[in-house]
Design a protein around this ligand. Sequence first.
Ligand code: HEM
Length: 173
Amino acid sequence: MFAAGIDTSSATIIWAMAEMMRNQRVLRKAQIEIRETSRRETTNFKEFSTSTNNYHYLKLHARVPLLVPRDCSSSARSMIMIYLPKKADPESFIPERFENSSINFTGNDYEFIPFGAGRRMCPGITFGTNSVESTLVNLLHHFEWQLPNGMEPQDIINMEESDGITTTLKAPL
Ligand code: HEM
């Protein structure tokens, strides 16, 4: 749980924050959705909930570039490594690409498998998704995110990825 659950979740949160800082349109849209939902809930005498079922826009930005290597033991004993396939314009952060799309990340659509697929896919998918999303909901709800010292969103240009099983931002956010 510690080895597989911590870096993956924190790296996902950091990627999402970095992408939203670079894409203020996405940041505002996510923030408005969360704050309006929270206002409605408070008016209805409900407590603000971080359950992400209410938030359609908040999407996962998970990055594990290679799935864990697999050893095919039954025939040729070849080592199999799977690269996540590149979709059109894969480097752009456009959460809307998942809107009205039947593709999801639960391992049934092979073009998008951040948690793997099949028998050895991530057993922490629900835990991971909930901890990433509820952290982001809280941060978006309670804070105004700002860049330091007059820095502009377009100044965040280094989105290089680190090496390793879990890919983090090479230059710390
Ligand atoms: C956003 C968060 C997470 C992401 C993106 C993620 C992603 C992955 C991926 C891609 C795999 C390999 C699947 C494969 O090779 O087919 C994996 C395996 C695994 N994950 Fe996660 N994970 C996350 C969170 C968690 C959490 C929170 C836990 C536990 C509490 C966890 C436990 C595991 C374990 C035990 C495996 C090994 C499964 C096996 O080999 O049978 N993960 N994860």
